[in-house]
Write a protein that binds this ligand. Sequence first.
Ligand SMILES: Nc1ncnc2c1ncn2[C@@H]1O[C@H](COP(=O)(O)OP(=O)(O)OP(=O)(O)O)[C@@H](O)[C@H]1O
Length: 251
Amino acid sequence: MTLLQLNHVQRTYNANSTHPVTALKDISFTVDRGEYVAIMGESGAGKSTLLNIIATLEQPTGGQAILNSQDLGALTKDDAARYRREHLGFIFQHFNLLDSLSNRDNVYLPLVLAKTDPAVMAQRLQPLMKRLRIAQIIDRFPSEISGGQQQRVAIARALIAQPDLLLADEPTGALDSNTSAEILDLFDDVNENGQTILMVTHSAAAASHAKRTLFIKDGRIYHELFRGDLTMKKYQEEISDTMMTLTNGGE
Ligand SMILES: Nc1ncnc2c1ncn2[C@@H]1O[C@H](COP(=O)(O)OP(=O)(O)OP(=O)(O)O)[C@@H](O)[C@H]1O
């Protein structure tokens, strides 16, 4: 069943100036519920713009982005903020936890904003603490734990509102390779539990965890790879080869 649908999405910045920049020229793809999709592309290809549109932080200047029957471009600013809170989970490269709050309060934050009953918050946290192995550190502060642990807390924060779609922007970009592997294994686990994930990454190793990788070049979809029956190693090689061809301007 389709969860996300992009129809000929376009995004032009400074359209009325003498130097308009068309970051997205024509992007169409769908993501089914339960899928795990990676988005790759060179710097400036339009990945962040695409993610911002799906995150309701920017509106397309052409075409439509539809999540769960909601046309995201039709939301007012206030509606978009509520929509984000209720339907989307975010994971960032630099974790973006609030230093002044304990890890527990960071995780609770989306539910506090949604005025959720504290008993429900505690109930939702229980299984997440176990799955993400954060029970031991839940009452410490972000500055008192490692980067990998901070990302695990951030994953809990993203999942606690039970989002339709988890959006991850370079989730392993600030982590060493062992910790990255650990976080990517957790993403696999989260996806196996039914969570739909869309991840922007520069890392072929990270993308090889997703079942499908979309490559963006100059604001268009350049290519699409499916993992299928390939081993993760072989799939990672295919992703690296495609990135190499894309970077070298190949067709
Ligand atoms: N607010 C803006 N105003 C004008 N141009 C912009 C704006 N944001 C992005 N762009 C331009 O749009 C194009 C796509 O940028 P975008 O940030 O989406 O690329 P990206 O693939 O995410 O790059 P990176 O991997 O470096 O983050 C670039 O040419 C960029 O300079």
